[in-house]
Design a protein around this ligand. Structure first.
Ligand SMILES: Nc1ncnc2c1ncn2[C@@H]1O[C@H](COP(=O)(O)OP(=O)(O)OP(=O)(O)O)[C@@H](O)[C@H]1O
Ligand SMILES: [Mg+2]
Length: 473
């Protein structure tokens, strides 16, 4: 049942409106324009406000402002005297839904109230819907709703509540740094610093001084004392990015710091206690690096307390349309462009491509499209050749070159043909099986394996999050 708050100094009008709206099935609260009205407003348990503008004790405009402050969604209908329309217009400016001029027609007010309540309901529903949708498809800014990503989100949540060292592996661009940030943001250290150190970017001596700091005069160029990242990250989290690239000597030093929880600045003697949670990330196979003698085994075990692998994008194809719409929106907004649309063929090509650079590569492609394409609709011709050409050609000879992976290539072809058969058969699985020369069972197995939907339901999913992917599939 909706509750209406009616504020008017004219007692007879209050009584009349109470009767009218009770008959309409509403609950009614009233106030005769006294300061107590602000208390009622702050309690906030009403769905719509009707308020006279001109009252001797309190100003109707102040009542309106307070109501809007408390909840901007609350619809308000103002009552104004004949000849003071200017004030009513001011009220609209502050956010009143509408106004009636005294003497007014009760039927007119009833319509306004019904409209106000309906609008409020819709807006609330909408907000709720958007919230749940966002919650279902993202976690700490990480987009994804595929099974592997949902598992990652769950893991991050669990890991975040501990203080254990975490090793995040995965190909480049899969979101290892994002995962590390999410662990930090979800844990008790969230108020302290998150520091990321790229171990591959600096030569050995600079990396050491970056991590542990140095004292003045300890080497040429050390003109002043400098605190290291470990000290900066005190009580926070440190991401050791590309940890596999760290030189053996720095590995020894790092291992010592992790064991003793104390750092000594380069050239210094003081031991400075540090409380830092370590997350290490790498796109290398550390076990292999150990075998090659390039990574120290004891450091590996020190880092590998909890570990997980960020899944490659080609292993979670169903996240591609979501990520595409997310990046489209992000970059169109950033560059002040009108939202672009992708044809279904483009979406198909993006899904079929193997994405060796994973999410980063996908984002770069979308960013470039937004920047250089003038047209609102992106067609296959706009895509870089390696993506546009990923549609397997009939009997096209495969050129073998470094990095070629037969299984991935075959997966790609299978996925493409499944998608095409799905389109040709309009989603009819029996017909699809026939087209592909498969048994119904094998078809079902392959659709599941390659995460291809017999009948693409892109439309509803994407329209609901308002992206630019066109829906005629
Ligand atoms: N799930 C995701 N949702 C949204 N954006 C993502 C997601 N995963 C990665 N990105 C974006 O892709 C880019 C690469 O992510 P990130 O730097 O975390 O990857 P990485 O695995 O650390 O890469 P590298 O190995 O190259 O350092 C970033 O711009 C990030 O915002
Ligand atoms: Mg990274």
């Amino acid at each position: 049942m909706d509750t209406i708050l009616i504020v008017d100094d004219e007692k007879s009008l209050l009584e009349l409106l109470t009767v009218v709206f009770k008959k309409e099935g509403c609950q009614v609260k009233t106030n005769p324009g006294t300061p107590k009205v602000f208390e009622l407003i702050d309690q906030g348990d009403y769905d719509l406000l009707i308020c006279d503008i001109k009252m001797p004790q309190v100003d109707g405009m102040d009542v309106l402002k307070r109501a809007k402050l408390r909840n901007p969604l609350t619809p308000a209908i103002m009552i104004t005297a004949y000849g003071s329309v200017k004030q009513a217009v001011d009220a609209l400016r502050i956010g009143a839904l509408d106004y009636v001029v005294k003497p007014f027609d009760i039927e007119e007010l009833k319509i306004l109230v019904a409209r106000g309540l309906e609008g409020r309901r819709l807006r609330e529903e909408n907000i709720l819907l958007k919230k749940t949708l966002r919650a279902e498809t993202s976690f700490e800014n990480m987009i994804g709703k595929s099974k592997p990503m949902r598992e990652i989100f769950g893991l991050i949540e669990k890991v975040a509540s501990t203080d254990s060292t975490v090793l995040v592996t995965g190909e480049s661009g899969t979101g290892k740094e994002m995962a590390a940030r999410a662990i930090h943001a979800q844990g008790r250290r969230r108020e302290a610093a998150f520091v990321s150190v790229n171990c591959a970017a600096l030569p050995e001596n600079l990396l050491e001084s970056e991590l542990f700091g140095h004292v003045r005069g300890s080497f040429t160029g050390a003109v002043a004392d400098k605190r290291g990242m470990f000290e900066t990250a005190h009580q926070g989290t440190m991401l050791l990015d590309e940890v596999g690239e760290m030189s053996p000597w720095t590995q020894v030093k790092l291992f010592r710091v992790l064991q003793e929880r104390k750092v000594r600045r380069v050239g210094g003697t003081d031991e400075i206690p540090v409380d830092v949670r370590i997350i290490a990330a790498t796109n290398q196979d550390l076990k292999k690096r150990i075998e090659e003698g390039k990574f120290r085994e004891e450091l590996f075990y020190r880092l590998n307390v909890i570990s997980f692998e960020m899944p490659a994008l080609r292993k979670r194809v169903e996240d591609i349309p979501l990520l595409v719409s997310h990046f489209l929106q992000k970059h169109c907004e950033r560059m002040g462009r009108k939202m672009k649309r992708l044809t279904p063929e483009v979406v198909g090509l993006l899904e079929a491509y193997a994405w060796p650079g994973n999410v980063r590569e996908l984002e770069n492609v979308i960013e470039r499209l937004v920047a250089v394409e003038e047209r609102e609709t992106i067609t296959a011709g706009c895509l870089p050749v390696e993506i546009a050409g990923s549609r397997p050609k009939e009997d096209g000879p495969v050129v073998l070159k470094a990095g070629f992976k037969l299984e991935e290539y075959l997966d790609q072809i299978s996925r493409k043909y499944l998608q095409e058969a799905g389109q040709m058969a309009g989603g009819n699985m029996r017909k699809m099986a026939e087209l592909l020369g498969l048994s119904y069972r094998s078809l079902r197995y392959l659709l599941h394996k390659y995460q291809v939907k017999a009948f693409k339901r892109l439309e509803t999913k994407n329209e609901r999050i308002g992206n630019g992917i066109s829906s005629q599939r």
